[in-house]
Design a protein around this ligand. Structure first.
Ligand SMILES: NC(=O)c1ccc[n+]([C@@H]2O[C@H](COP(=O)([O-])OP(=O)(O)OC[C@H]3O[C@@H](n4cnc5c(N)ncnc54)[C@H](O)[C@@H]3O)[C@@H](O)[C@H]2O)c1
Length: 336
C-alpha cells in the first residue's frame, strides 16, 4: 500500500514508518522537523528510514496546504496516518498558538486532502489527555470527554470532532487512537523517562511532580505500533446499532471510531523510577515538587474495544520496556 505518514521524524511516526516499510508498504513521510526538541535526534530517526528505497521524505508543515495537496496528488495514498502534531501538555501553557496551528489548522488540511483524494482510511493520533477531569477508571472511549485540562487536550478532542464531521459528510473512514504515555527506544527528550535517565547518568537530581503521587498507563512503543498497524489495516465502518437518542461517544452511524491504546496496567511513578534505577544501577536524587498545571494525577486505559475488534492488547511490562530504553540510550549517547 501507499501510505502517507505524518510526523515521521518523531518518536512514534519513525517507529511506525519503519514497521510499514519493513513489511513492504510504500511510505511518504511528512514532517517539518521542527526544533521543539533536539533536531539531531529527529534526523537520526529519519536516516534509519532513508535506507528503504520505498521511503519518500516530504519536509514541510501541515499548515502548508499547497504542499499537502501536491503530495497527495503526486503519490495518491490509499491510507493516511496523522501523527504530526505539537505534542506535550506542559508546553501548551507556554506556547498555545503552536497547538492551534499544527493540531487544528494542520489537521484540517489533512482532512481536506483525504476528502479530495479519496483516501480509504485516515488513522490519527488522539491522546489520553482528552479524559481531562474524568475520574472514572479505567478511562473508556464510551465515556463523555468534555472537560479537558490543557489546550493540548482540547486540540486532540477537536481532532476527534473534526474527524467525525468528515466521516459523516464525506463518508471518510476515520479511526482516532488515544495513546497513553508512550515510551521506549528513540523516545522523546521532553518526556519523563528520557529526562530522568539523562539526569541520573549525569549525577543531577530529577524533578518528581505531584510529590511522586502520579500513576500512568505506560505503553511500550512496539505495542503502540502494532496497535496502529492493526487498526490501519481494518477500515472503520459505521456502527448500525448507534442510536442518537442515547449517543455512544466512541462510535457513530458514520464510519468513525475511537480506540484507547494503553497497557491496561497503571504504574505508580515511584515504581517506574525504581525500575529505572535498577536498570541504570544508580539511585536518583529526587527533587519532589507539586503537581504541574494542566497535568492529571492518573491514567488507566480500558482497552476492551481494541482487544475485541483487533484481537490485541499491548502488554510489554515496564521492566522489559525500560531496560530496552536504557540499552538504546546508553548506546546512542555513547555510555559504556
Ligand atoms: N508520545 C506519547 O506519549 C503520546 C501520547 C499521546 C498522544 N501522542 C500523540 O502522538 C503523536 C506522535 O507523538 P510523538 O511522541 O511521536 O511526538 P514527536 O514530537 O516525537 O513527533 C511529532 C512529529 O511531528 C512533527 N511536527 C510537529 N508539528 C508539525 C507540523 N505543524 N507540520 C509537520 N510536522 C510537524 C515534529 O517535527 C515531530 O517530528 C502526536 O500527535 C502526539 O500528540 C503521543
Amino acid at each position: 500500500m501507499r501510505i502517507v505518514v505524518t510526523g515521521t521524524a518523531g518518536f512514534i511516526g519513525a517507529a511506525l514508518a519503519d514497521n510499514l516499510l519493513a513489511r513492504g508498504d510504500e511510505v511518504i513521510g511528512v514532517d517539518n522537523v521542527n526544533d521543539y526538541y533536539d533536531v539531531t535526534l529527529k534526523q537520526a530517526r529519519l536516516a534509519r528510514l532513508q535506507k528503504y528505497p520505498a521511503f519518500t521524505e516530504a519536509r514541510f508543515a501541515l499548515e502548508d496546504r499547497q504542499n499537502i495537496d501536491r503530495v497527495f496528488a503526486r503519490h495518491r495514498p490509499q491510507r493516511v496516518v496523522n501523527l504530526a502534531a505539537q505534542a506535550g501538555v506542559r508546553y501548551s501553557l507556554k506556547n498555545p498558538r503552536a497547538y492551534i496551528n499544527a493540531n487544528v489548522v494542520g489537521f484540517c488540511n489533512v482532512l481536506e486532502a483525504c476528502r479530495h483524494h479519496e483516501v480509504e482510511h485516515l488513522v490519527y493520533a488522539s491522546s489520553s489527555s482528552v479524559y481531562g477531569a474524568n475520574r472514572s477508571m479505567p478511562f473508556s472511549i464510551h465515556d463523555n470527554v468534555d472537560h479537558p485540562l490543557s489546550l493540548y487536550a482540547a486540540t486532540k478532542k477537536a481532532n476527534e470532532l473534526m474527524a467525525h464531521t468528515y466521516s459523516h459528510l464525506y463518508g471518510l473512514p476515520t479511526t482516532g487512537l488515544r495513546f497513553f504515555t508512550v515510551y521506549g527506544p528513540w523516545g522523546r527528550p521532553d518526556m519523563a523517562l528520557f529526562l530522568f535517565t539523562r539526569n541520573i547518568l549525569e549525577g543531577k537530581p530529577i524533578d518528581v511532580f505531584n510529590h511522586g503521587d502520579h500513576s500512568r498507563d505506560f505503553t511500550y512503543i512496539s505495542d503502540v505500533v502494532e496497535g496502529i498497524v492493526r487498526t490501519l489495516d481494518n477500515i472503520a465502518k459505521p456502527n448500525d446499532a448507534w442510536n442518537g437518542e442515547a449517543p455512544d461517544p466512541g462510535t457513530s452511524k458514520a464510519p468513525y471510531r475511537l480506540y484507547n491504546i494503553g497497557n491496561h496496567q497503571p504504574v505508580k511513578l515511584m515504581r517506574f523510577i525504581e525500575v529505572l534505577e535498577n536498570c541504570l544501577g544508580r539511585k536518583a536524587e529526587k527533587n519532589f515538587l507539586p503537581m504541574q498545571s494542566g497535568d492529571v494525577e492518573a491514567t488507566y486505559a480500558d482497552v476492551a474495544d481494541l482487544t475485541k475488534d483487533m484481537g490485541y492488547q499491548p502488554q510489554t511490562p515496564i521492566e522489559t520496556g525500560i531496560a530496552n530504553f536504557v540499552g538504546w540510550y546508553k548506546d546512542y549517547y555513547g555510555y559504556s
